[in-house]
Ligand binder design. Structure first.
Ligand code: ACO
Length: 428
């Protein structure tokens, strides 16, 4: 007999089905609750609410497990390339060699931006935040790919929108950087792979190619892989919510980029470096900052610490911490900020406040340090995160579309005025 849960309301007992996932996670299916009892469930921030069934990413926050399509993140970060992971997330399997080669060629062929897009870059004022530019530029792709607007697009048309977005994103991002420093745009090259191409377009110059360091390419592959998906986080829920209304891929991803921008989500990586720099300028002592973070009257939080689902450790943070050391060693760099980060982590991990609340470093705690070592300016960190998260957003958008999920529409408990009569403006 299938498992059920009972709920007792006003003396009556209602049986509700229990759903079990492939990793034995359990959920009570309350989809009929309102019709049967006129009650809804309330869960601000969806801390305990599953919004969907998904076969893309599994994570166990208690055990620190993260897997894409069943493959442990540790193995993917160590052995695969970002483009392989892109394919895995979107199409469900690791690509065979010839499939990967074909995919790579398709991506290379689609990596150019329409020349008219340059006008958008010209329109942004100097100092415009890269994330704001990225939202607009990704959304603007609809203008150049009208087939993406069809609500009932064929799977070939959907695939074409997907390839274009994957292919154009590195060009869009690197041109945001080039625009910000007033240098001419570098066009994509057919001789470089996805990540090396992105680095060349970002750091290369028209007059001479960027000398691509395999250590740097490898580190950036790792960063992108570690960020590639993370089940139903804020930006991913956004992509599914927007997509559920039938919105096209570019519009849905643009909304996800907005969600990612916030300092409590992807924007944390920029905030971490700014926090560490402030600590450095303040003399480098960490105790004062740990105390500030604990003080409920002080709005300061330790950025890069804490996570909605990881309660013991964030496996991505462990991989990236090690990569951080490796990259700084191999590139022969010395970063005092890394040393402050390690001391801050140590102090927090031994402090009762953080221990009791199960607050550990998240992926953003070290990703800023490594991104900076690779030459990225601080305000580009969240854009790099978006580049990494793109395949996850696409896979989740595609999955909700293919499983014909209903339009996303939560309910609420109303706490405002009860009915009152309109009062004429002179008499208020
Ligand atoms: N510094 C100090 N205290 C913290 C921190 C922190 N970084 N994070 C959580 N807390 C405290 C809260 O004040 C709260 O304390 P209380 O129970 O005494 O009121 C308790 O820990 C629980 O925190 P919540 O905010 O309720 O936890 P939630 O799951 O809602 O938030 C979040 C998770 C947003 C990540 C939070 O930990 C945070 O703000 N961290 C800093 C920002 C950050 O690093 N974000 C990146 C997340 S990872 C990512 O998006 C890739």
């Amino acid at each position: 007999m299938s498992e059920t849960a009972s709920i007792k309301l006003q003396g009556e007992i209602y049986e509700l089905p229990v759903i079990t996932g492939t990793e034995n996670e359990k959920a009570i299916d309350i989809s009929t609750l309102r019709d049967r009892t006129s009650h809804i469930v309330l869960d601000s921030g969806y801390k305990n609410t599953g919004s969907t069934k998904s076969a893309i990413t599994f994570l166990d926050g208690e055990k620190g497990i993260l897997r894409y399509r069943g493959y442990p993140i540790e193995q993917l970060a160590e052995k695969s390339t970002f483009l392989e992971v892109v394919y895995l997330l979107i199409y469900g399997e690791l690509p065979k060699k010839d499939v990967l080669e074909k995919f790579n060629v398709q991506v290379q062929k689609n990596s150019l931006l329409h020349e008219d897009m340059k006008k958008f870059y010209d329109g942004f004022p100097h100092g415009a935040h890269p994330m704001g530019q990225l939202c607009s530029l990704v959304s603007s792709l609809t203008a150049f790919a009208p087939e993406s607007l069809k609500m009932h697009a064929s799977s070939e048309e959907v695939d074409s929108s997907i390839i274009k977005l994957i292919a154009k994103m590195p060009t869009i991002v690197s041109w945001i950087y080039k625009g910000s420093i007033g240098e001419p745009f570098i066009y994509p090259s057919k001789n470089l792979d996805y990540v090396a191409n992105f680095m060349n377009m970002t750091f290369g110059q028209v007059t001479h190619d960027f000398e691509i360091d395999p250590v740097a390419v490898d580190a950036l592959n790792k960063i992108l892989i570690l960020h590639a998906d993370h089940e139903q986080n804020c930006s991913t829920s956004t992509v599914r919510t927007v997509g559920s209304s039938g919105s096209n891929l570019y519009a849905s991803v643009s909304a996800a980029i907005s969600a990612l921008w916030g300092p409590l989500h992807g924007g944390a990586n920029q905030e971490v470096i700014e926090m560490l720099e402030t600590i450095k300028a303040d003399g480098g002592g960490v105790e004062k900052w740990v105390n500030k973070a604990k003080d409920k009257d002080d709005p300061f939080r330790l950025m890069g610490f804490g996570h909605r689902v990881y309660r013991n450790f964030d496996p991505r943070a462990q991989i990236i911490k090690k990569a951080c050391h490796d990259v700084l060693n191999k590139l022969g760099l010395d970063d005092e900020v890394l040393e402050i980060a390690i001391r801050l982590e140590e102090a927090a991990l031994h402090d009762d406040y953080f221990v009791e609340r199960k607050l550990y470093p998240n992926v953003d705690f070290y990703s800023g340090i490594i991104s900076r070592a690779l030459g990225f300016r601080t305000d580009l960190f969240t854009v790099i995160f978006a580049l990494g998260r793109l395949p996850g957003w696409i896979a989740q958008w595609k999955e909700q579309r293919e499983s014909k999920e209903p339009i996303s529409r939560p309910r609420q408990i109303y706490t405002g005025y009860t009915t009152r009569d309109y009062i004429d403006v002179e008499n208020r």
